[in-house]
Design a protein around this ligand. Structure first.
Ligand SMILES: Nc1ncnc2c1ncn2[C@@H]1O[C@H](COP(=O)(O)OP(=O)(O)OP(=O)(O)O)[C@@H](O)[C@H]1O
Length: 279
């Protein structure tokens, strides 16, 4: 089985007449790291809500693990075991009294023994550096701590696919770094990760594939270095070219770097090219 997600011709219009999705066709492979980009209101969140059955397409269909979503109660439970969704705002997700109760809630409902559930919860809390505030009420946590708990809440359920809606939004640089490291660990565990972000630099470094939403459709998709060199696409969809590619472009055009070098994904790679040239 190679696709964890198949979306076929998804259409969705909200009650007030907003056409949020206007024909989305997409496949996501197991283990892929996918960044979903696009302006505010382009349909990213609406699309995500279709992948765990929170919204049902008005036209088209979604297959998870190559099976069409069954929207019965039992079918949705089955989908939600496979697809974990981390909301943009943790306050929409966290509702238990303490951090530990919050993270335990879902696993206890999976029907495993209390001992096994406890072990999983302890492991995840250690891994995500949550143990020091395990007994705190969730509403007293800082934004960065809440975000980690919201992620732990989902990882503990061992989903095949994790969807994160702007995971680093509103976090300071240290906490964004922490979240990025956690996301790397998810991929290392073999979890397919789909995230929305406005951070082009991060998408360039991290993603296997970037998918660009525009007015409820997919305006472009491909490896990040190709997407971010497509000036017409960037212009149309209001995306910024990452600084590292802008500088690389200029250095190449000005003859500072020899032509034909592979496009760098990070400032470190670009620095390496510049140093190599001197030496
Ligand atoms: N509950 C709702 N009722 C009516 N319209 C909605 C609702 N939720 C979203 N929309 C509209 O649907 C369109 C797509 O919104 P969506 O939240 O999917 O975009 P997005 O790409 O995730 O945006 P952002 O980057 O701001 O999170 C927008 O025009 C939005 O105003």
């Amino acid at each position: 089985m190679e696709s964890i997600v198949i979306a076929e011709d998804l259409h969705y219009t909200y009650e007030d007449g907003t056409e949020a999705l206007r024909g989305i066709d997409l496949k996501i492979k197991f283990g892929e790291k996918v960044a979903v980009m696009g302006a505010n209101g382009s349909g990213k969140s609406t699309f995500f809500l279709h992948l765990n059955g929170l919204l049902k397409p008005q036209k088209g269909r979604v297959l998870i693990d190559e099976e069409a979503i069954d929207y019965s109660r039992k079918g949705l439970l089955n989908v939600r075991k496979k697809v974990g969704f981390v909301f943009q705002n943790p306050d929409d997700q966290l509702f238990s009294a303490s951090v530990k109760q919050e993270i335990s809630f879902g696993v206890l409902n999976l029907g495993m023994s209390e001992k096994e559930a406890e072990r999983r919860v302890e492991d995840i809390m250690r891994e995500l550096n949550i143990t020091p505030f395990a007994d705190k009420p969730t509403h007293f946590l800082s934004g960065g701590q809440k975000k980690r708990v919201a992620i732990a809440d989902i990882v503990v359920m061992a989903p095949s696919l994790m969807i994160l809606d702007e995971p680093a939004a509103a976090l300071d640089p240290r906490h964004s770094r922490m979240i990025n490291e956690i996301i790397d660990k998810l991929s290392d565990k073999g979890i397919t990760v789909l995230l929305s972000t406005h951070d082009a630099e991060r998408a360039l470094i991290w993603a296997d594939r970037v998918i660009v939403f525009h007015e409820g459709k997919i305006a472009g998709e491909g490896p990040p270095d190709a997407i971010f060199m497509d000036d017409a696409l960037l212009e149309k969809t209001n995306l910024e070219k990452p600084a590292v590619l802008r500088i690389f472009d200029t250095l190449e055009k000005e003859g500072v770097l020899r032509p034909g070098l592979k496009r760098p994904r990070s400032m470190e790679e670009l620095e390496h090219y510049i140093r190599e040239r001197k030496g």
